[in-house]
Design a protein around this ligand. Structure first.
Ligand code: ZN
Length: 665
């Protein structure tokens, strides 16, 4: 429930959930690590790590070990030849007997880096197989010279474009299982057979087991059989290690609830019993007090063409107290914000309650969260558990922060912002405004206002989400320029908000178009809402802003920031009226006039300018290295983090130290 890719958003500087932290001033921190093909490798910081107790640090360390031990599982789930291929490539890389300063070796290294990034031989996002830029003869000869033995079956899998071309296919009318290289189904299993098996085993009770979540279906003697992922079963060698470290982690649990969560996950891995998985999910949702939290196991089901089996992933994290405090402060003032907004008093809530957003710091990424990673977690996936027990939804601040820091100096702002003055302001306050805007949007924006008696929640029909997102965004934008934020200590001065205003207008009018293909309309609700706001304000402006042309390029110029605030306020009042009255015709008119259509000439220009920047659209991370000190009794006495490991070193180390599975599973 969370395949949000921050990658593209961050590349264009749109989304910014991170905060200005002290770590920004640590000049030494290197966010950019490596770049190849369409991929960029970044490093993330782990701020506030020092504020954790030794017990919490020890817990993080053990959970991070449990995370890293699952790495092979994902390679094998992504394709049954992946471990064989990865091991042959790594062996050759380490034992290459010739001069390395050649085109072929460089191409070979790039391919290996890509295999690591994708946890296999298919692109992590497009799911297409990527081909080496060196040829098979070169590879075979080099392996022979180096004395590397490998299974010859990997050759067509690596080099023949027709063999296993797609990790997962979603094409209508063909056998999705037979035509997907993913290893959720054994050789020879058809979609029909898999579906029939699932249908026969489906649990129709009110608290159903997620049959198939943790297993592979294979064909033996013409019959479908289930191979369960568990200790002693499929992937048992890896899960044994995971269990060992979960048991270590359990010793450092912060409280009984967390001890239960870890215990259920251990028992589930040991037995494969899905009832225990349900109990784990429920215990996990209830654990709200622990500072440290984690996901470790077969979780998201996007990579199974039938959407049933979970892909192994792990993310260990802890609560970001600074950000949580910030959202608390905003939420404590929810009534003040409600009372002072530009909306008609009759649409205001007499009693409004703010929401406190949960913000976390990622401490280790693994499996399907590594190197490419989601920016939020929204689990568990079982609907009945969400309904009965709730769910946890969090944003991961330090990863957003890394995206933003890494984007600095990539030329984007130089290309699209009009002058040094606004670039300087943006450099100083952009991230801060991005955070605050997100907080205002989430903590008070959505919760503000009320519907008139008799108006249905669904009155705005297909335009409801665009209008609702615009309402929350405008609420945030209006208050971004309010002295109240300076008074609360959330912004340092009355200039900072300009960074947020310029960014919103530039993005909504121009730069978000880099994510739209030429000739297409805007479909996605958040993108629609951003363009709606920017276009409406631009159309109603009277000198507050203009778009000027310089050397054939268009730029936004804001002449009167307070005037822009007035426009935001006016639109907020109207959008609130539309919402409160359930005025569908007005919503439709608003969306169709301002939110959907793209200015074709401007779009072409923006795409051409963006293209020239050569920004890698996909990003991933290296992890910090956890180092522990122990006393003579083996007890952990200290845990420290090291942030110097490179991309290649990290993967070689993981393959050496955390690779328990056989090549064929
Ligand atoms: Zn929203």
């Amino acid at each position: 429930m969370r395949k949000q890719l921050a990658i593209i958003l961050a590349a264009v500087g749109i989304l910014c959930g991170c905060q200005q932290k002290k770590t920004c001033e640590k000049q030494a921190f290197q966010y950019n690590v490596d770049k190849f093909y369409d991929l960029e490798i970044l490093r993330y910081d782990v701020p506030e790590f020092e504020s954790l107790t030794l017990q919490q640090k020890s817990l993080l360390y053990c959970l991070s070990e449990a995370a890293l031990w699952g790495r092979d599982i994902l390679f094998d789930q992504n394709g049954r030849y992946n471990l064989r291929i990865r091991r042959a490539l790594e062996a050759l890389y380490l034992n290459y007997p010739y001069e390395k300063d050649t085109e072929e070796f460089a191409a070979f290294e790039r391919y290996l880096k890509r295999v690591w990034f994708s946890n296999g031989i298919h692109h992590h996002y497009s799911e297409d197989k990527f081909l080496p830029e060196f040829d098979q003869a070169w590879f075979v000869a080099a392996c022979e010279a180096a004395g590397i033995e490998y299974d010859a079956a990997i050759l067509p899998v690596m080099f023949d474009p027709a063999v296993m071309p797609k990790r997962m296919t979603a094409q209508d009318g063909i056998d999705l299982v037979a035509n997907s290289a993913g290893n959720y189904y054994g050789e020879g299993v058809t979609q029909k057979e898999a579906e029939a098996w699932y249908a026969a085993h489906k649990d129709n009770s009110s608290e159903p087991l997620w049959i198939g979540l943790n297993s592979q279906l294979v064909k033996r003697n013409g019959k479908i059989e289930e191979r369960t992922y568990k200790v002693g079963g499929l992937y048992g060698e890896a899960l044994e290690q995971v269990v060992y470290w979960l048991k270590e982690a359990q010793k450092y649990a912060e409280n009984d609830q967390q001890r239960e969560v870890i215990g259920k996950m251990i028992a589930f891995n040991e037995t494969g019993d899905l009832q225990l998985f349900n109990e784990y999910c429920i215990a996990w949702v209830k654990d709200l007090d622990s500072r440290v939290d984690f996901v470790n196991g077969f979780t998201e089901t996007y990579s199974d063409p039938l959407g049933i089996t979970g892909t192994w992933e792990s993310m260990v994290n802890f609560k970001d107290l600074a950000a949580t405090k910030r959202t608390q402060l905003i939420s404590d003032n929810a009534q003040w914000f409600e009372d002072h907004s530009t909306t008609d008093p009759k649409y205001k809530k007499e009693e409004v309650k703010g929401v406190t957003a949960k913000v976390i710091t990622a401490a280790i990424l693994a499996g399907d969260c590594y190197p490419a990673t989601p920016i939020g977690i929204n689990l568990p996936n079982a609907n009945w558990i969400r309904k009965e027990y709730g769910s946890k939804s969090v944003t991961i601040d330090n990863l957003m922060h890394a995206y933003n820091e890494a984007a600095k100096g990539n030329g984007f702002n130089e290309e699209f912002m009009i002058d040094d003055e606004i670039r300087d302001i943006y450099e100083k306050y952009g991230a801060m405004c991005g955070d605050l805007h997100t907080d205002l949007h989430e903590c008070v924006g959505h919760g503000s206002g009320k519907l008139m008696p008799g108006v249905s929640k669904d009155a705005l029909k297909e335009h409801a989400s665009t209008i609702e997102e615009a309402r929350a965004d405008l609420f945030g934008l209006y208050y971004l320029a309010d002295p109240k934020l300076v008074e609360l200590g959330l912004l340092p001065n009355m200039e900072a908000y300009k960074a947020g205003y310029y960014q919103q207008m530039m993005n909504g009018l121009m730069t978000q178009l880099v994510r739209i293909e030429p000739g297409k309309d805007i479909e996605e609700a958040h993108m629609r809402n951003r363009q709606l706001i920017a276009n409406w304000c631009y159309a109603h402006a009277n000198g507050e802003m203009e778009i000027i042309e310089r050397d054939g390029k268009h730029y936004l110029q804001i002449n009167d920031y307070e005037g822009v605030r007035r426009l935001y306020g006016e639109l907020l009042a109207e959008i609130q009226r539309i919402t409160s009255e359930g005025d569908y015709p007005a919503a439709k008119e608003m969306v169709e006039t301002y939110a959907v259509k793209v200015n074709q000439d401007l779009h072409k220009e923006i795409l051409a300018r963006y293209e020239k920047l050569h920004l890698a659209p996909y990003k991933g991370f290296v992890n910090p290295v956890y180092q522990v000190e122990r006393n003579t009794d083996g007890e952990i006495t200290n845990v420290t983090l090291d942030f110097t490991e490179g991309y290649i070193e990290q993967h070689l180390r993981y393959s050496k130290d955390y690779s328990p599975l056989p090549s064929v599973n």
